[in-house]
Design a protein around this ligand. Sequence first.
Ligand code: MD6
Ligand code: FE
Length: 217
Amino acid sequence: MTLELFGPDESTAATREDLLPGVVVLRRWTLAVDAALVAAAHGVTTISPVRHMMTPGGFTMSVAMSNCGEWGWVTDRKGYRYDRIDPETGTPWPAMPAIFQSLATEAAEEAGYKNFMPDACLINRYEPGARMSLHQDRNERDFGQPIVSVSLGLPAVFQFGGDKRSDKTLRVTLSHGDVIVWGGPARLRFHGILPLKPGQHPLLGAQRLNLTFRRAG
Ligand code: MD6
Ligand code: FE
């Protein structure tokens, strides 16, 4: 079911969609604050730049990443984990901007998850061709906490699987301003992003920026 949230204008009105049990898509939810989000993300990446991390298996990721908040998600030959320190700068990750914090809490509430207080925000930058293969998000302490994910810039195709890697997948396009919130029965579903198609976005140019908020610690 789709529910219109603000305004009658179809091209900018935010809507709420129940995609799967535990998964809600808030279309165009961040359109009104898009420039402020991009500016805040830029503030973070000026201090802790996005970088291509290495997987435990020795592959360099096509997505460039940074973090803000108390905890940052990192990967290297030693494994996937959360760390308080940016390994590139040797200092703590930049603080989470207030607009990130409030947006994540409000989006979670709209999706039915009250009192979500993220302590980690992963910033993912995709350039054309970049992708994220099917994975589960399981480095967080409490799987009772949801994940809030904001898409900005070029659209991407998000793939949802089931609880096993081999389960069949559902595809959904995430566009500029969309938020996806998931938790509950969906929390450990496999998911990924198909290779980003080339294009130009008025605010972000040839890239997609994804902000993923978690309660890690
Ligand atoms: C991305 N997102 O959208 C990658 N994980 O670029 C994720 O891997 C993700 O969006 C868990 C929940 C929401 C997500
Ligand atoms: Fe994920």
